[in-house]
Design a protein around this ligand. Structure first.
Ligand code: AMP
Ligand code: GLY
Length: 423
């Protein structure tokens, strides 16, 4: 079969890497891809957001299956448009993906169906939002309603920061239309965990748990990023937390989406805070997490194409999904300055001598004059598996030490929370 993967980051490289192992896959295209993906697939110069061009390409090449990585095409309706053209595509419809596209929609569904999440209020007026913040005080969390590339959430430890966030979102319009409305939320305390699940709209099969590292620097300091590393499984996700997550969050949410006319098929990502009162939802995403997809997919034993077929044919309950009983760690190597401004075009060395058990997924890379160079903020996801988290960490950091580009920065404490728990 011929497969098209949409996107060009570390998550999409991990998807291509996994799909390539399927005996059923003969050819993989990726739009737009990157320099690392180009070694595993044929990259096509089409933006992940150019749905008409992607559709024309898929029809022309007679693509048998399209797999969508990022949220933007999903919330713009790529799945609806491909299906209308008779093409097979993996991901939620536009209406279903709105649980990521609109934080207000997600919160309203959770409130209506009693799914545990932070208490909240919605505002369309900056004056009212500010008055509310002055009334409830800090800490609180201010979130732009729409997509803001992970930057639309401000966790405010003091009132001034929260009021400034309202101005950034609603008056400076830093995220454009995404700031027409905003959500002010109670600040939850606990440890975060990401649970990605496959669902066909009825059956829900969770993947192995994982944990992201959102802040730029060690010790969870510095600005938020797209994610500086991840590992799987996450020991904070105990059997009891798992039971609560399935019973109170994933199964009711999938059922609620069906009842709301937003039947959800694809990967549902629940970002959870494990609080003293159990897991609560921080956010839902309509896709695989990035970087979480990198450690999670390296532990998946089952053919991803088999799982996707089962989702699309509403028979997820009929297949067995197997995971390697190991740990996986992904350390993100970022450009100097990221998540602020950074330079591109730095030559990357050391990619050719990787030990067994390590795979380097490319995110922001390009090929220039025969060299691989940096082309984005998050550049590489150095991903290693091992018999436990400590073995995986050792292998990942050993590989990191052999890779270099000017300005490269990364966190040294990926997996530390897991190590602390095991100790
Ligand atoms: P989100 O994009 O909604 O996941 O928010 C990004 C990050 O902000 C999360 O991963 C959390 O670290 C933090 N965050 C979001 N909502 C809350 C909340 N209600 N309480 C505490 N932290 C939050
Ligand atoms: N790692 C967070 C996300 O994918 O949204």
């Amino acid at each position: 079969m011929k497969v098209l993967v949409v996107g060009g980051g570390g998550r999409e490289h991990a998807l291509v890497w996994k799909l390539k192992q399927s005996p059923r896959v003969k050819k993989i295209f990726c739009a737009p891809g990157n320099a690392g993906i180009a070694r595993d697939a044929s990259c096509v110069k089409i933006s992940a957001e150019d749905i008409p061009a992607l559709l024309a390409f898929a029809l022309e090449k007679e693509i048998d299956l399209t797999v969508v990585g990022p949220e933007a095409p999903l919330t713009a309706g790529i799945v609806d448009q491909f299906q209308a053209a008779g093409l097979k595509i993996f991901g939620p419809s536009r209406a279903a993906a709105e649980i990521e596209g609109s934080k207000v929609v997600a919160k309203e569904i959770m409130a209506k169906y009693g799914i545990p999440t932070a208490a909240y209020a919605v505002f369309a007026d900056p004056g009212e939002a500010s008055a509310y913040i002055k009334k409830i005080g800090a800490p609180c969390v201010v979130k732009a309603d729409g997509l803001a590339a992970g930057k639309g959430v401000i966790v405010a430890m003091d009132e001034q920061t929260a009021l400034a966030a309202v101005r950034t979102i609603m008056e400076d319009r830093a995220f454009g239309e995404a700031g027409n409305r905003l959500v002010v939320e109670e600040c939850l305390v606990g440890e975060e965990v990401s649970i990605l699940a496959f669902t066909d709209g009825v059956n829900v099969v969770p993947m192995i748990s994982s944990q992201d590292h959102k802040r730029a620097y060690d010790g969870d300091q510095g600005p938020n990023t797209g994610g500086m590393g991840a590992y799987a499984p996450a020991p904070v996700y105990t059997p009891e937390v798992h039971r609560q997550t399935m019973e109170q969050i994933l199964i009711p949410m999938v059922r609620a989406l069906g009842e709301e006319g937003r039947l959800y098929r694809g990967v549902l990502y629940a970002g959870l805070m494990v609080t003293s009162q159990g897991p609560k939802v921080l956010e839902f995403n309509a896709r695989f997490g990035d970087p979480e997809a990198q450690p999670v997919l390296t532990l998946l034993e089952t053919d991803l194409v088999e799982i996707i077929d089962a989702v699309l044919e509403n028979r997820l309950d009929k297949i067995q999904i197997k995971w390697r009983e190991e740990s996986s760690v992904c350390v993100v190597l970022a450009s100097g300055g990221y998540p602020g401004s950074y330079e591109k075009g730095k030559v990357i060395t050391g990619l050719d001598q990787l030990p067994a058990g390590v795979v380097v997924f490319h995110a922001g890379t390009a090929e220039k004059d025969g060299s691989i160079v940096t082309a984005g903020g998050r550049v590489l996801g150095v991903t290693a598996t091992g018999r436990d988290i400590s073995a995986a960490l050792e292998a990942a950091y050993r590989a990191v030490n052999s890779i270099y580009f000017e300005g490269m920065h990364y966190r040294l404490d990926v997996g530390k929370k897991a190590m602390d728990r095991y100790r």
